[in-house]
Design a protein around this ligand. Structure first.
Ligand code: IMP
Ligand code: MG
Length: 190
């Protein structure tokens, strides 16, 4: 797969070093508390797994499966929850862990549902990547591993049409591996 890449933005060693820092920060911020890590599937699988191992607190894990409609490399607005019920998180300190903050619609929909339906003690948001783009929803993440320019990236959980999630690094694809925008429009897991 490496020959599909145009460039590597964050190597595995860089990512893991940064996760050491964020894990320590989260451990300090929630000292004395128990934390519920809400893993937003599929994009944050790798990120959440590596981050949780760096949090030195009692941690519960919950998962949420969400889709957004994509025309290839753009998210377009509809957020679909795959499970009817939200996880039980009443009274818990919830840390929502997602791969990337782009338009903000996904994290906006998730944090709203948690606040409205789950009665948590608190809700914070942690993202691997914060994309410098115009937000449709005003989400301010509490923890950000890296900020990136407005470009389409894959790897370390992030996909293009379901692929490349297993790459241990984050990078950009060569243009010949990205179909024309709009082609193959479909609902995909985030
Ligand atoms: P939102 O636009 O903030 O709602 O982001 C929705 C979802 O789009 C994210 O959770 C990702 O799954 C996906 N996404 C946004 N930007 C990228 C990207 O650059 N590469 C891969 N997936 C992305
Ligand atoms: Mg995705």
């Amino acid at each position: 797969m490496n020959d599909h890449m145009e460039s590597v933005l964050f190597h595995e060693s860089t990512i893991l070093r940064r996760l050491d820092e964020i894990g320590a920060e989260i451990t300090r911020d929630y000292a004395g508390e128990e934390l519920t890590v809400l893993v937003v599937l599929h994009g944050s699988l790798l990120f959440a797994a590596d981050l949780m191992r760096r949090i030195d607190l009692p941690v519960k894990v919950a998962c949420l499966s969400v889709s957004s409609y994509h025309g290839g490399v753009e998210s377009s607005g509809t957020v679909t929850f795959h499970q009817v019920e939200m996880p039980r998180m009443a009274g818990e300190h919830v840390l929502v862990v997602d791969d990337i903050l782009d338009s903000g619609r996904t994290l906006g929909a998730i944090t709203r549902r948690i606040r409205e339906e789950c009665r948590p003690a608190s809700v914070k948001v942690c993202v691997l990547l914060d994309k410098n783009t115009a937000r449709a929803e005003d989400i301010l993440p509490d923890y950000v591993a890296f900020e990136i320019a407005d470009q389409f990236v894959v790897g370390y959980g992030l996909d293009y049409c379901g692929r490349y999630r297993n790459l241990p690094f984050v990078g950009t694809l060569k243009s010949e591996h990205i179909r024309a925008a709009g082609e193959g429009q479909r609902e995909v897991a985030t």
